[in-house]
Design a protein. Structure first.
Ligand code: IPM
Ligand code: MG
Length: 367
C-alpha cells in the first residue's frame, strides 16, 4: 500500500530541514518497505520564483490528490514588499483553506534531556505534555471584510474581521474532545468572551457540544490572555487547549519556548475525510523560515522529523514507526547531540545534517 506524499520545502531553512526529513523517510522506505512515494513541488517564496505565485494551481491540485502533504516553512525578507496576495504566507494560508485543514494539532512536550534548554525553571516544565488544538481555517485570518481603505482627508483604515460559525466551532471542539479522551481527558477552551461576541458564541457552542456528547471529558474555560499567563505560571495544569486561529498562533509560539526551542515542535493540520475516504492532512514544523540562519547548516531539523512522525501516526496509522521515530529522537537527545538552539553554554553543537545522521543511526540501533 504505497502512500503519495507531496513534499514542499519552501523558503529559508525549509530546504535544509526537509532534506533531513526526506532522508528519515527514505530510511523507513528502505528498512521497513513502507512505500512512501515523494512528489516534489514548491510553496511560498520558492513557488513565487518558479510559478509567479506562492501556491500554483497545479500544486494545489496535487495537494488535494495525495495521501499527505509535508511542508518546511515559508517567508523571507526577499518577498516582504510584494503585494499581500503574492506573499509566501498567502500561499500557506491558501493551501490550509483549500484543503480544509481546520484542526491544527500542536503538541508541546518537554524532553527530559532538554530541561535545561528551557528558560523556565526545571520544576515548572519537567514532564510537560500539552496539546494545543488551534482552529486553522476561520477567524480573523480569513474573515471578511478585510483590507486597507482610504477614508478621506489623508486617513486610511485597516480592517480584519473575526468570524466564527456554530459549525466551525463544533468541528474544532470535537477534535479537541476526541484528543483529550486519548490523553488526560481534559480540555481548556480559550477565547475572549469578555470582549468579543465571537468569543461568547465560541464558549456557548463548546459548552453545548460538551453537554451533548462529551460529558466524560473535563471541560474548563479561560480567557486567552489568562491562558498566556497560566502557560508560564503553571503549564502542567493543561492537557488539551482548544482555541481559535489567532490565539492558537500566539499561544503555540509561547508554549514552544517552554520546551526549550521552537525548533522542536511539529504540527499536524487535519481536515475532513474526502470522497475517497482519505483525511486531508498537512504536516509542518511550527517554526518559521529563519532567513537569518538559512543555508548555513545550523537549523534544528527535529520539528520537521517529528512532523513526519505525526504523518505516520495520524495519516497512515503507522503507530510503531511513529513511536520508533520519537524514541530515536529521544535517544539522540539523551546522548547529548544538540543543534545550536538547544545547546547549553559550552556544549559543542552539531549542524542540521549531522543531527539528521544522528537520528538515522539511532533508528538503525532500534531496529
Ligand atoms: C504558523 C505561522 C503562520 C501563521 C504564518 C507563517 C502565516 O506563524 O503556522 O504559526 O500565522 O499561521
Ligand atoms: Mg505562528
Amino acid at each position: 500500500m504505497s502512500k503519495n506524499i507531496l513534499f514542499l520545502p519552501g523558503d529559508g531553512i525549509g530546504p535544509e530541514i526537509m532534506e533531513t526529513a526526506r532522508r528519515v523517510m527514505e530510511w523507513f522506505n528502505d528498512k521497513r518497505s513502507l512505500g512512501m512515494n515523494i512528489i516534489d513541488d514548491q510553496i511560498g517564496g520558492a513557488a513565487y520564483e518558479k510559478y509567479g505565485t506562492p501556491l500554483a494551481a497545479e500544486t494545489l491540485k496535487k495537494a488535494l490528490e495525495v495521501d499527505a502533504v509535508i511542508m518546511g516553512a515559508v517567508g523571507g525578507p526577499k518577498w516582504a514588499n510584494i503585494s499581500y496576495d503574492k506573499r509566501p504566507e498567502a500561499g500557506l494560508l491558501e493551501i490550509r483553506k483549500k484543503m480544509g485543514l481546520f484542526a491544527n494539532l500542536r503538541p508541546a512536550m518537554v524532553f527530559d534531556a532538554l530541561i535545561d534548554a528551557s528558560t523556565m525553571k526545571p520544576e515548572v516544565v519537567r514532564g510537560l505534555d500539552i496539546m494545543i488544538l488551534r482552529e486553522l481555517t476561520g477567524g480573523v485570518y480569513f474573515g471578511e471584510p478585510r483590507g486597507i481603505f482610504d477614508i478621506g482627508g489623508g486617513e486610511r483604515k485597516g480592517i480584519n474581521t473575526q468570524v466564527y460559525t456554530t459549525a466551525e466551532i463544533r468541528r474544532a471542539a470535537r477534535v479537541a474532545f476526541e484528543l483529550a479522551r486519548q490523553r488526560s481527558n481534559r480540555v481548556c477552551s480559550c477565547e475572549k468572551s469578555n470582549v468579543m461576541e465571537s468569543g461568547i458564541l465560541w464558549r456557548e457552542e463548546v459548552i453545548k457540544l460538551h453537554a451533548e456528547e462529551y460529558g466524560d471529558v473535563e471541560l474548563s474555560h479561560m480567557y486567552a490572555d489568562a491562558c498566556a499567563m497560566q502557560l508560564l505560571r503553571n503549564p502542567r495544569q493543561f492537557d488539551v487547549i482548544l482555541t481559535d486561529n489567532l490565539f492558537g498562533d500566539i499561544l503555540s509560539d509561547e508554549a514552544s519556548m517552554l520546551t526549550g526551542s521552537i525548533g522542536m515542535l511539529p504540527s499536524a493540520s487535519l481536515g475532513d475525510v474526502d470522497e475517497k475516504g482519505r483525511r486531508r492532512a498537512m504536516y509542518e514544523p511550527i517554526h518559521g523560515s529563519a532567513p537569518d540562519i538559512a543555508g548555513r547548516d545550523l537549523a534544528n531539523p527535529i520539528a520537521t522529523i517529528l512532523s513526519a512522525g505525526m504523518m505516520f501516526r495520524y495519516s497512515f496509522g503507522w503507530v510503531n514507526e511513529a513511536d520508533m521515530l520519537e524514541l530515536a529522537v529521544r535517544n539522540v537527545l539523551d546522548a547529548g547531540v544538540r543543534t545550536i538552539d538547544i545547546a547549553a553554554p559550552g556544549e559543542k553543537p552539531v549542524g542540521t545534517k549531522a543531527m539528521g545522521d544522528a537520528v538515522i543511526s539511532a533508528l538503525a540501533k532500534l531496529s
